[in-house]
Design a protein around this ligand. Sequence first.
Ligand SMILES: Nc1ncnc2c1ncn2[C@@H]1O[C@H](COP(=O)(O)OP(=O)(O)OP(=O)(O)O)[C@@H](O)[C@H]1O
Ligand SMILES: [Mg+2]
Length: 508
Amino acid sequence: MSETLQLYFKALSGIAELLAGESDFQSTMEAILVRLAKLTGMKRGMISLYRRDLEQIHVDITYGIPDTSEPIYYRLGEGITGRVVAIGRPIAIPRLDREPLFLDRSGARRRIDRSTLAFLCVPIKFAGQTVGALSVDRAAKGADLSGELAFLEVVANLLAPRVHARRVQEENTRLKEAIGRHGPLGTVVGNANSMRRVAEQIDQVAQTMTTVLITGETGTGKGLVASEIHYRSPRSDKPMIRLDCGAIPENLVESEIFGHVRGAFTGAIENRIGKFELARGGTIFLDEIGELPLASQVKLLRVLEEREFERVGGGKTIKTDARVIIATNRDLEKEVAAGRFRSDLYYRLSVFPIHLPPLRERGADIILLADYFVQKLGDKMGCKITRIDSSALDMLISYHWPGNVRELQNCLERAIVLATDGIIHGYHLPPSLQMATAADETGAGGEKGADFQAMVRAYETTLIVEALKKTRGNQTKAARLLGTTKRIIQYKISTYGINYRKYSGVKV
Ligand SMILES: Nc1ncnc2c1ncn2[C@@H]1O[C@H](COP(=O)(O)OP(=O)(O)OP(=O)(O)O)[C@@H](O)[C@H]1O
Ligand SMILES: [Mg+2]
């Protein structure tokens, strides 16, 4: 075996060993670069991550490059590293001084004679996707570049799973930061792919004037997403004006939206400014647009297309620069088919649709949201909740959540009130949820008998626990409160395994 090959083998086995160790990403990767430098004559090395969320390549780990206070990054296609990630193929440069694309963004080679340096960069691929790049420079003299590229590609393959994991972790951190930053304004919590897509769409559209149509079942967060878009837009310091089209009588909707002039109709005793005028420079949020009468739909279409309108009964044309966000829990396509919604307005609104999936289709987001609400509401209500026990988690996951996130939130708010030991137990959740797990246990569909019993049990447990809290664990008083006998209460307490002693010190 040639001497070079021997060194490569030695380097590879060393790298494999480091990767199998328990050190964190940073130390492992640094140690790998050090090993490469020692064994292969590499002078400098960098491991970069391709961040999909930012569309940038971030230099994450370096060797032989002085620390810079600013992070080093490339856009996709920018510089050699950016190009390698963009095309997914390695690039070797025999002499750096002859390569105009080379940016030296780290500044490490500013005082070095670049004619003496060769540069090699290979993509790091995981599951067919480029997740980052590995680049090294070495002395130009005597380099077998194609051999070294092949070697580095093997190294990159070894690193790939860890680099991929690191990238996902970084992306999540950013997601959390973004959530934290916008915390007080309402936060769209979610990690399911469908919700990440929603977050991306919010990012894409917030800075623009585009009209947005938000759809989704009741309680899926349409209102929250609308305000998120407003608060992330350049108009965030201007008002966001909301109008629930379903909450106003049909004959007054137009006047609410566009305003009216005195005498426009019976009862119009003075001029009135509509929501579009109030939203000047800001955002108008028309909620439940499916409820808007056909006649008013024409007027709305005109505002969207021409950005002008008249007050009801008025002749003067008013210009508007308000950004429009629309929401509905109806299926507008069906409404169009049924002749209740104008198709031209529907098409105009569908330019940028954001669909919020029902909670039952968001997988582990149920737990994520439950944790979030327990923290948030617990803090607000002054109850520290440390965890949700596994029976409660099972119930939360099996339930079909017809009321979506709002229902989850209400459910936990109630559970927090009931919880006494800082833990949310299954019996703190409403009967409808107990039914879901009971159905699960009895197989698809579930036996109705089991559902019913589980419901009764859960309901009784809740009632008894509440009564015990009020009476500080006194069973006789609890029985009286519930209008039953002590014997029955004792029986239920023992069959349901309720620990009444724990309520003896509870203040209500
Ligand atoms: N992804 C989420 N992260 C955090 N909170 C959420 C999320 N989605 C919804 N919520 C909360 O759930 C509640 C219901 O959301 P929202 O009012 O936005 O739903 P909606 O789709 O507008 O419902 P409706 O169709 O009944 O008007 C709100 O308190 C909202 O803050
Ligand atoms: Mg709403």
